[in-house]
Structures are given as structure tokens and as C-alpha cells.
Design a protein around this ligand. Sequence first.
Ligand code: ADP
Ligand code: GN1
Ligand code: MG
Length: 354
Amino acid sequence: MNQISLNEVLKQFDIYLNAASYGNGHINDTYCVDGPQYILQRINTSIFHNPDELMSNIENVTSFLRKKIIAAGGNPDRETLTVIRTNDGENYYKIDDRNVFRVYKFISHTKTIENDKTLDDLYQAGKGFGNFQKLLDDFPVEMLYETIKDFHHTPKRVEALKEAIRENKAGRADSVKEEITFALENASWADTVIKGIENGEIPVRVTHNDTKINNILFDQVTGEAVCVIDLDTVMPGSMLYDFGDALRMGGSTAAEDETDLDKVWFDVAAYEHFAKGYLSEMKDYLTPAELKLLPFSVKLLTYECGIRFLTDYLNGDTYFKIHREHHNLDRARNQFKLVADIAKKEQELADIVK
Ligand code: ADP
Ligand code: GN1
Ligand code: MG
């Protein structure tokens, strides 16, 4: 990685071990430090502009969780992230604006699930994300900074897509007319959750906002959800974002970037298992408006992610990490296929919640 020595960075945290690339995140650069003992991350500062606010959110949320986990007789080093401080007592180390690093304790004897998930994994994921939200129910939401402004403001995501079409920076707009038409034809329901929040029907809660299934660690032996990770986007929001986003990936029969769209379907049984796990933790906290919108939230968050991928493709792939040409377009097509399938199954999903 450009002139920066990871060993030099780790020294700032009083760590004298080697590190190697790790994980499948789309945003930060993640390294596993020998042992494995630590996770070292270079924070993506072109996305997260204010590391002070970002790390303040993470420290406040994890220390709040830590107390609750201890009170419940759990293991706080395993059930939440632990931020390691630098020799100067800071929660991150900055070399320059593009090289900002943090270190967490590595949570061992766990696994992440990318695509091969069982129904029991989905139940556990639902329980894990539900428990995370439940534990944070009395966290003072006004303390949290908005680390990415309007992150799940779907109508603004539609506006960003329209701007990308107008600007056509990468000269790709003509080649994706079909995808653009799908995105714009479906924009009519994009404001449902935002409107509900604005008119007070949907409560603002502490939400994770990036609940894909690889953002939760599972116990290697029991398969139980151990720890919710990737806390960069913990912000005030709606639980519908977390529920919908988790099933966007967890409910698909294929990977997010599968190009054979005949393999991409929404799995109703996956929904049922995730919802069972989630509601086992959260059912007493949810309002009727939230419960009613659970199936819709999956369609909304899948649509939103699809238009984000398409926007990034039109902008020349500047946001999400890509690993091949047209990767963002493949992801967008995949998400839109899923949206169409979820739309057909919405009533079936609603019956399950009932
Ligand atoms: P990104 O924001 O780029 O998605 P994540 O914070 O999700 O980065 O980390 C990427 C991957 O690194 C995770 O999917 C997980 O496999 C692994 N990981 C992150 N934090 C830890 C941790 N504290 N212990 C063990 N593994 C971790
Ligand atoms: C990113 O960071 P990661 O890989 O867990 C993105 C999510 C998208 C997801 C799509 C901060 O998640 O919003 O849903 O990719 N995170 C950010 O896979 O934009
Ligand atoms: Mg992640």
C-alpha cells in the first residue's frame, strides 16, 4: 500500500506484529494482525470525512454495549468491538488525510458468512441484529453523529442517480438504459420510510445501517451470532433499514454480484427464519407501523442498494471497491432482479409476519 508501512502504523498502537489483508468489505482496507490478535483498518476517509466523529460514535456505542453485556453476564471482549488506543491515548492514528488507521481486538473462534448461509444462520443473524438494536434501545440517540449524511434517504439516492445520468461522467449511460428505466419506474415508493419518519409514524432509533450478513461474527462451533461489527454507519435511523438491508443479502439465493440472474431469487424461508430471530428480540419494541412495513423494507433497501451501485457505475466506480470491470453494473442488475422478485412475494412475506 503506497509507501505506508503497516508495521510503523502498528507501532503507534504499541503492537510489534505483522499484518496481512483480510475480509471482504467494500469500504475500508482491513488487515489481520498476527495471532490473530488484532484487526487493523485504514478508514476510508473519502467516504467518512470526520474520523473524530466516527470514532466517537463507535466508542460511545461500544462502551454502552460493554456495560450491558457485563451486566447480563456476557463476555464484552467477544460480544462487542474493543477499540485499541494509540500510545498517545487516541482512538485512531492519522498520518495524513488519506491514511487514518484504527485497531480493534480480533474476535477469535468466530466466522463470517458471505454467501453459503443456512436457515439457522439466518435465524441467528436476525437474533444478533435484533439483540444489538434491543441493547441500544435506551442509548441517547442524539449523541450520535451522522457519519454519512442522508445515508438511507432513498429519494436523495434517486436524485443522486438522476444527477449521475445527467453528468454521465464515465460515458456509460447509453449502455444501461434498461437499468435506468427500471430504477426510475420504481422510484414512486422510494419515499415511504422517510415520509413515515418525517410525519412521526416511524420512530427514530439507534440503527446500524449496514446489516449485511458479513457484518456479524458467528461462533465457529455453535453457529450463534456473537458480535455485530462494522459500526461506521451506526446513526439515528429506522429499524426498517436494518431489517431490510440484512435480508437484501441474507434473503438472496445468490451472491450480491452473481451475474447469472436465473440464480437470483428471494428466498421466503430465509425471510421467515431471519424475521423469527429478529422478532424474538425486538417484537415488544416495534410499533404497528414498523411491523407493517417489514416486507416492504426488504424491497426498499434492495432497490436503494441497486440504485447506489448503478450510480457508482455511471460515476466511474468511485465509491464501492470493484474487483472486475462492470462489477457495479453486475451488482445493480442483480439487485434489480431481486427487487422484482421481492415485489411478487410481498404479500406472502406479510402473511409470515402476521
Ligand atoms: P468494511 O467496512 O470494509 O466492510 P468491516 O469492518 O466489515 O469492513 O471488516 C471487514 C471484515 O473483517 C469483516 O467482514 C470480518 O470478516 C473482519 N473483521 C472485522 N472486524 C473484526 C474483528 N474485530 N474480529 C474479527 N474479524 C473482524
Ligand atoms: C458497503 O462496508 P460494507 O462492505 O459492509 C456499504 C453498504 C452497502 C454494501 C453493499 C458505508 O458495505 O451501504 O449496502 O457495501 N457501506 C457503506 O454490499 O456505504
Ligand atoms: Mg463490512
